[in-house]
Ligand binder design. Sequence first.
Ligand code: APR
Length: 245
Amino acid sequence: MSDSQIPFDKFTRNSPVVFFTGAGISAESGLATFRDPHGHWSKYDPMKLASADGFRQDPELVLEWYAARRKQAAAAKPNAGHRAITKFQKLFPNSAVITQNVDGLHARAGNDPVWELHGNIHRQKCFSCGSAADSGRDVSLRMNYCDCGGLLRPDVVWFGESLPLEVLNHAFDATSRCEIFFSIGTSTQIYPAAQLPYEAQNRGAFVIEINPETTPFSSQADLSLRAKSGIALSKMYEEFHAALL
Ligand code: APR
C-alpha cells in the first residue's frame, strides 16, 4: 500500500468514518470465520445450526454449538485490529463500528459506538415471545426457559430472519453520512449487511477494503488491500495520524 492511494487532503478529523467488520477481524483472536477453508460452514450445515427450522428440529444441538462458541468468544481477547480501531476512534471522534460479529470483541476493545447487525452471542432471548432474557441468567445451562414457557435461544440473527431494525437504521444512517468507509474481514456475501460498502461508495465515501482474499466487492473498492486486519489497520492508523495531526 502506498500513502498516495489515499486522498488524505480530502479528510479532516471531523470526517465521519465507518468501520464495517466481519468474522475476519476476529480471526487473529483465534475465532473461526464462516466461509474460509477451515471456517464453520466448511464443517457444519448452517441451516441446521443457524436457522429457526434447525432450532425447532434439534434445539439441543444448536444450543450446544452456541455454548461452545460463547465459551471461545469469552476466552478470546481483542487483537491488534480491534485496538487500532479504538485508536482510530480517538483520531476520528465522529466514527462508528458496524459489525456482523456476535463475539463482543469490539466493545471489549473499547470501540464505541458498535452497531451489532447480527446480535450478540452473550445474550439470550425467548424463541416464542422474543423477550430479552434477564442478563443475570446462567447462560451456561443448555436448556433455559422464559417466564412465558418458551425456550431461550441465542440473541443472534439466523438465516431467514430480519436484522434488528433500530441497529440497521443506525448502520445505514452512519454509512450514508460517512466520508471514509473501511470494509474489514468480511466476504461481503450476506445481505443486507453486504450492501453497506456499495451504499457508502454510492454516497461518495472513499471505501477501503482489508482482506487477505478478494471478495465480490474488491474490484469496486477505492482501495483493496490483501492483508490481515491487525497489521493493515495498525499501519493505516499511523498513516492517517501522520497525515491529519
Ligand atoms: N484479517 C482480515 N480478514 C480476514 C482474516 C484476517 N486475519 N482472516 C480471514 N479474513 C477474511 C476472509 O478472507 C473472508 O473474506 O474474512 C472473511 C470472513 O468471511 P466470512 O467467513 O464469510 O464472514 P462474514 O463476512 O463475517 O460472514 C457474514 O455470515 O453466516 C454468517 O452470520 C454469519 O455474520 C456472519 C455472516
